[in-house]
Design a protein around this ligand. Structure first.
Ligand code: HEM
Ligand SMILES: CC(C)=CCC/C(C)=C/CC/C(C)=C/COP(=O)(O)OP(=O)(O)O
Length: 302
């Protein structure tokens, strides 16, 4: 059997772990955390059962979006070392089976959010799934190196969904949180893309390091950092949060900037010499976790 027969055929039974892998649990855990923080800082009160339901819907909806991504990109994933062992390209699950799983989870999570929590949260959840699965994965990713700048919007919605679950509307503060993740995504992803550039080149995906080279990508990583730091300080500057958050955001932002400068100064083209890029990628994940944790802690202590 060739690769596309494996992908569209009906392999013998997937393990439950394959269904979990389809949801990209690592990424989704941080997505869910930012959604939870959006809920925690929103003014008002949501019954604990509804709060739990809302978080579950964000987790399942984001996982379903990730599963659509794996259905649509099975052939591409088969060509990249980092993704070749995923359930569909590895032949452990058929594309149809994964598609059915993604449809059921997305319809279920959106319906429960809309009917059980509120319509605004349900609508934004539906839009984010569509944005990641269709706008980013199917439309932008194969076409333009700006794919993740525009597509990054998908991953920026969760705090907004969490906020809407509590308040039923969207105001300036959740839009700032959206902006924070939106500006964080390019340095997060391009730091990684720099050291797995070969993979994207092999798969024919027009990621920035492949189309514009490593030096231009490094400049872009640095260019997004000052606006990111500025937006991260807005909750404090506008009085939505206090000094605990402000100081934490400033310190985390300074470290981010320092690491981005190291990336911009790195002249290496070989993946083995990309320690600054690897450090920035790892730190970007810790950064987002800590800045949202600080926001919530600050709200509790004020
Ligand atoms: C278009 C936007 C984004 C792109 C292209 C992107 C890309 C990636 C890639 C390729 C990886 C490596 C994962 C792997 O090896 O399978 C990764 C890891 C990760 N990303 Fe992103 N990411 C994006 C947005 C986000 C967002 C919005 C979040 C969370 C708020 C996030 C959180 C993470 C985490 C926690 C990891 C490490 C966990 C893991 O490797 O499973 N990413 N990202
Ligand atoms: C609430 C909701 C629906 C949120 C959806 C957000 C979501 C799962 C965002 C994550 C974005 C992400 C992991 C991109 C990975 O890029 P890629 O898919 O290009 O990476 P790959 O090469 O690893 O497949």
């Amino acid at each position: 059997m060739n690769q596309s027969e494996v992908i569209s055929g009906n392999p013998a039974g997937a393990h439950w772990r394959d269904y979990v892998a389809l949801l990209k649990p690592g990424v989704v855990s941080l997505v869910v955390f930012t959604g939870l923080c959006g809920m925690a800082v929103a003014p008002g009160h949501l019954h604990p059962v509804l709060a739990f339901t809302a978080i579950l819907c964000i987790a399942i909806g984001a996982g379903a979006a990730a599963a659509f991504n794996m259905v649509f990109e099975a052939e591409l994933d088969a060509r990249m070392k980092r993704t070749a062992k995923r359930p569909i390209p590895a032949g452990r699950m058929s594309r149809d089976e994964a598609m059915a799983f993604a449809v059921i989870l997305s319809v279920g999570s959106v319906a429960i959010m809309a009917l059980g929590v509120n319509l605004v949260a349900g609508a934004v959840l539906a839009f984010s799934i569509f944005y990641y699965a269709v706008v980013y994965t199917l439309w932008l990713k194969p076409r333009t190196p700006q794919n993740i700048v525009i597509g990054g919007g998908a991953g920026a919605f969760p705090p907004l969904i969490g906020w809407a679950a509590v308040t039923g509307d969207v105001t300036l503060m959740p839009v700032i949180l959206f902006g924070l993740i939106f500006l964080w995504t390019p340095p997060h992803f391009w730091a990684l893309a720099l050291f797995v550039k070969g993979d994207y080149a092999n798969a024919g995906i027009p990621m920035l390091p492949v189309t514009h080279g490593v030096a231009a990508t490094r400049r872009q990583v640095l260019a997004y950092t000052p606006p990111l730091v500025l937006v991260s300080l807005l909750p404090w500057l506008l009085g939505y949060s206090g000094a605990l958050y402000g100081v934490t955001a400033a310190v985390l932002g300074a470290v981010f900037l320092l690491l981005a400068v190291r990336v911009a100064r790195n002249g290496a083209t070989e993946a083995v010499a990309m320690a600054p890029e690897k450090a920035l990628f790892k730190f970007s994940i810790l950064y987002l976790f800590l800045i949202f944790a600080a926001l919530v802690l600050d709200g509790w202590l004020r």
